[in-house]
Ligand binder design. Structure first.
Ligand SMILES: O=C(O)c1ccccc1NCC(=O)[C@H](O)[C@H](O)COP(=O)(O)O
Length: 260
């Protein structure tokens, strides 16, 4: 069984446990449920923003522990002040060391879009995302059917949430594309074997229809790469480990942004 299969299996148990604990009505009554989410597009294309989607990531299956001490409010505020267009906050507990409270803290400390970074397999998680103050949800093509992507995208849009579809190859892109999406992210990391290759983004960018925002995800560590990805047509750049592996992620992003 590969890591994605393990994550999805565990996620099913996690979602079942959450449903038993918190009702849909409780989620709908949460304070954030009534807020109007930020437009991902507005912030990604804003002239005074960088296009960087800066991720708060404590650990990962590929790297193990990345940062065990960072404070989510402090780091995400620093990301925001450095010009991040959006924040990505992992809420997966078992594999990434994230939690709901991280998303709530990032939301409370910032007024820019926040992506709930998790493995969405059930509409209930989209309601959670809205209740916890997220603006964007992630749909990963390799773990969902085209029907699920369409239905989850529609469900999220009906809640005013933005939808980022993640693909890793042309086959995933072609089978998953549907109108209920805002952005398409090309993951440079193969989630089956963890190999990374930025060329994956360059190979796929022209296959993504221009009506969608184009995001390059993972393994970005060089400011020069951002310049090349922009020229190729990307609007956004999801970066986690490169900042989080340092003692001061807020300083790391500032120095990175000065070079793009
Ligand atoms: O990062 C992993 O090891 C990983 C393993 C299995 C599924 C997903 C995984 N990562 C999720 C991501 O998409 C990244 O956190 C994100 O793109 C940022 O990547 P990076 O800049 O390389 O930290």
């Amino acid at each position: 069984m590969n890591i994605l299969d393990k994550i999805v299996l565990r996620k099913k148990e996690e979602v079942a446990a959450a449903k038993a604990l918190v009702s849909v009505r409780d989620l709908e009554n949460a304070v954030h449920f009534k807020r109007t989410p930020h437009s991902f597009k507005d912030f990604l294309l804003a002239a005074d923003r960088t296009g960087i989607i800066a991720e708060f990531k404590r650990r990962s299956p590929s790297k193990g522990l990345i940062n065990g001490v960072a404070d989510v409010a402090e780091v995400t505020q620093a990301y925001n002040h450095a010009g991040a267009s959006a924040l990505s906050v992992l809420t997966d507990v078992d594999f990434f060391g994230g939690k709901k409270e991280d998303l709530l803290a990032a939301r409370a400390a910032n007024n820019i879009p926040v992506l709930r970074k998790d493995f969405m397999i059930d509409e209930y998680q989209i309601l959670e995302a809205k209740a916890w103050g997220a603006d964007i949800i992630l749909l990963i093509a390799s773990i969902l059917t085209p029907q699920q992507i369409n239905d989850f995208g529609k469900f999220a849009h009906n809640l005013g949430l933005n939808v980022l579809l993640e693909v890793h190859n042309l086959e995933e892109l072609e089978r998953s594309i549907c109108p209920n999406l805002d952005a398409i992210g090309v993951n440079n990391r193969n989630l089956g074997d963890f190999t990374v290759d930025i060329q994956t983004s360059f190979n796929l960018v022209n296959q993504i229809p221009d009506e969608f925002l184009k995001i390059s995800e993972s393994a970005i560590s060089n400011p020069q790469t951002i310049k090349e990805l922009k020229i190729a047509g990307f609007n956004g750049f999801l970066i986690g480990e490169n900042f989080m592996k340092t003692d001061h992620p807020g300083t790391a992003i500032k120095e990175f942004v000065a070079q793009i």
